[in-house]
Design a protein around this ligand. Structure first.
Ligand code: FAQ
Length: 311
């Protein structure tokens, strides 16, 4: 029977069709998707912090309203993704607990502090830009609930990227000090944004299998290259430079060459040693504890509703 189930699964993958929650799937497929979707959800929730930190200091009412909306979108993405992850069988409170215990990864990028208002621009342009590049192919992920969640999330990320670009454009065309602030933010964010695509292909243990299962459609390095090719002309339009002396057009390859990234730094950050890891987790734990009464109230309400219905 197991053989038949495996053959059915293999056939769905070979036809580039979709696996749904009630379908049989190999345990390793379930495990890798639970890891990736939960890591993605945690990233959205932890990713609210660098920007949430700037809401009270946004330079105008309009900018404050826009930033508040963006951070709310990230919360929505996180909850949406936890729901997609739950369809694989691990309850949300267990996934959240893994994050609070420091056992689950979330994107390396959110372990860097957001130092100035210009970081709101650089995060929108580069971090959301990298997120879109990585997530558009995930709309075609073989696992139905994840692929469908990605469609809506990508639409919102596109708006996020445009708002970041517009912040940088305004600063870049402002006073010399504002332009410098924009350039400094880009200088700080560029390398870590490129590392969002994950380790180089030859150090990426999951890529090959995830691509064979149609979870990932492109390798980490392929998507990183696509992102670099996309942002070079955008940086020119902004009047800003990218902090990489090796960045240059390669006629033969039809792509931009770019310099080696600091992979020691990357592996340090994902092991928990980045500049803001401890602060991000401490803040998330405090928020979780402060929200305990909401969970208790919701559970009590659900209990009373069920009791009333049973009568
Ligand atoms: N940071 O074998 P691979 C956002 C881990 S966008 C931390 O290559 P895989 C929007 C990896 O999990 C950011 N850990 O792994 C937003 C694995 O862990 P393991 C979130 C990383 O899965 C914008 C190990 O290293 N987006 O939040 C990173 O095939 C602005 C080996 O790596 C997603 O999560 C990293 N950068 O490829 C919010 C997208 N890279 O097995 C707020 C979905 C790798 O040791 C503000 N995820 N690891 O436990 C993916 O596409 C994939 O999981 C990759 C990694 C491409 C990230």
């Amino acid at each position: 029977d197991l053989e038949r189930a495996q053959a059915y699964f293999d056939d769905i993958i070979a036809r580039d069709s979709r696996i749904e929650p009630a379908d049989w799937m190999p345990e390793a497929y379930r495990k890798t998707l639970t890891r990736q979707i939960a890591q993605h959800a945690h990233s959205e929730i932890i990713g609210m912090q660098p920007e949430g930190n700037w809401i009270t200091r946004a330079p105008s009412l309009k900018r404050k309203a826009i930033l508040t909306a963006k951070v709310q979108d990230e919360a929505g993405h996180g909850l949406y993704l936890y729901s997609a992850a739950e369809t694989l069988g691990t309850p949300r409170d267990e996934l959240v607990q893994q994050l609070l215990d420091g056992k689950a990864k979330y994107s390396s990028i959110f372990n860097y502090p957001a130092r100035t208002w210009a970081d709101m621009g650089a995060i929108g342009w580069l971090v959301d830009g990298a997120a879109i590049c990585n997530q558009v192919p995930l709309c075609r992920c073989s696992y139905g609930p994840y692929g469908r969640a990605m469609v809506r999330i990508c639409k919102e990320e596109s708006f996020h990227q445009r708002q970041g670009w517009e912040i940088l454009y305004t600063l870049s065309n402002g006073t010399p000090a504002q332009k410098q602030m924009a350039q400094d933010a880009v200088n700080r964010t560029y390398g870590p944004a490129l590392q969002m695509f994950g380790p180089p292909d030859d150090q990426s243990p999951n890529s090959q299998q995830s691509m064979a299962w149609n979870i990932k459609r492109f390798s980490n390095d392929e998507l990183r290259q696509r992102f670099v090719d996309m942002i070079v002309p955008q940086a020119e339009a902004l009047g800003l430079t990218l902090p990489d002396p090796d960045l240059k057009w390669n006629e033969e390859r039809g792509h931009y060459d770019y310099g080696e990234l600091d992979w020691d730094e990357f592996f340090g950050v994902i092991k928990g040693h980045g500049p803001a890891n401890a602060q991000r987790l401490a803040h998330r734990r405090a928020a979780h504890e402060n929200g305990a009464w909401v969970r208790e109230a919701a559970a009590e309400y659900a209990r009373k509703q069920a009791e009333a219905e049973a009568q």
